[in-house]
Design a binder for this molecule. Structure first.
Ligand code: GDP
Length: 361
């Protein structure tokens, strides 16, 4: 059903990088995510954005369509980007995979007028600690006095349409932001001047409200992923699934279910899974795997459809007995042809790692 699902031999497959959006409250995280979700090819067409449980998949075709000349799709072999829908560094710092961050890459949203704020600093500390590559979206550029909004266009095009005065004001603010990044030990520059993203953080002027610069954010994320995450994205997609619990919820008709972001392998409807909990890890048999129906069908049908298998990277709902004590942020592992004890131990070790580092927002 999903793009990542294949029936072929289990050779390494490149999965979609998982993206988190972080930043201070009100700096525009939700608006940016909404803008990315809204800037879509008509549903059902090739390259349409798809809604997952807790995440949104933006295929490479959509990125290149939005980004126009910024992106040559033949430069990329990663399939696109999977954005976690819950913005904020609380979800980011508690969602871990193998002790690292669940997200492979991040967008740090900073209001250009407001600059660095307490939660910006918290976010940047977490990014530093987890060694997560990120791009800075210098947001709300449309609020610069005299700004002439341009819509969903690459930033250079928008820049060219501004008065000298508006451009100068924006540049001043961007350089202040670059200075603040330097104060926190990140050498940064406007993204189009960055030659080596391993040493420099790219700053992308954006307006989540008008869409200006949003194509550039997607482009830089694709470029960073391709350059620095390609090896990490090579997975045995047919192998036993591994993921992280986003939420534990009652699902009508199915009892307690967990929302999961899967970052490795496949989970099948007949699998046994081990799930981290407040007590001993839960060992249980999948009752149903659920994914959202395409929007077009939502009115007439139930919101979710049952599927036979889901492959990484993806968001899905797993319904199974005994999930009441499952814990948000905890690992989920498919047992498949391994011993239960081995998988339970893996989950316990991962939980121990989370236990010492879990943070409150
Ligand atoms: P969050 O708390 O970081 O998720 O911030 P929101 O996305 O909820 O945005 C906070 C407020 O700023 C909302 O009223 C948004 O409409 C507004 N906002 C977000 N991005 C922009 C932007 O680029 N330009 C303008 N003018 N307003 C924005």
């Amino acid at each position: 059903h999903t793009d990542a699902e294949t029936d072929g031999d289990a050779v390494a497959t490149l999965r979609t990088p998982i993206v988190a959006v972080l930043g201070h409250v009100d700096h525009g995280k939700t608006t940016l995510l909404d803008r990315i979700r809204g800037s879509t090819v008509t549903e059902g067409e090739a390259g349409a954005i798809t809604q997952h449980i807790g995440a949104t998949a933006v295929p490479l075709e959509t990125v290149s369509e939005l980004a126009g000349s910024l992106v040559d799709p033949t430069d990329f072999d990663l399939p696109g980007l999977l954005f976690i829908d819950t913005p904020g560094h609380h979800s980011f710092s508690t969602l871990r995979s193998r002790g690292g961050a669940l997200a492979d890459i991040a967008v740090l949203v900073v209001d250009v007028n407001d600059g660095f704020q307490p939660q910006t600093i918290e976010a940047i500390d977490i990014l530093q600690r987890t060694e997560t590559p990120f791009v800075v979206a210098a947001n709300k550029i449309d609020t610069v006095p005299g700004w002439n909004p341009q819509g969903d266009v690459p930033i250079q095009e928008s820049y060219d349409a501004q008065s000298d005065r508006a451009r100068e004001t924006l540049d001043e603010r961007l350089y202040e932001l670059i200075g603040e990044l330097a104060d926190h030990d990140f050498s940064a520059d406007m993204y189009w001047r960055v030659q080596n993203f391993a040493n420099n953080v790219g700053v992308v002027p954006t307006s989540a409200e008008t869409g200006e610069g949003v194509p550039d954010v997607l482009t830089v994320l694709m470029g960073l992923s391709q350059r620095y995450l390609k090896d990490a994205m090579a997975i045995d997609v047919e192998g036993p699934g591994a993921g992280t619990v986003l939420e534990v919820k009652d699902q009508k008709g199915f009892g307690t279910a967990i929302d999961v972001v899967l970052y490795d392998g496949t989970v099948r409807a007949d699998d046994t899974v081990v799930v981290g909990s407040t007590g001993e890890p839960i060992v249980t048999d999948v009752r149903a795997l659920l994914q959202p129906r395409p929007l077009a069908e939502i009115r007439t049908e139930k919101r979710f459809e049952q599927v036979d298998a889901v492959s990484a990277a993806a968001g899905l709902k797993i319904a199974a007995p005994d999930l009441d004590d499952a814990m948000a942020g905890a690992p989920v592992r498919v047992v498949r042809d391994r011993s239960r004890e081995e998988v339970v131990q893996e989950v316990q070790e991962e939980l121990a790692a989370i236990g010492v580092t879990t943070e409150e927002e």
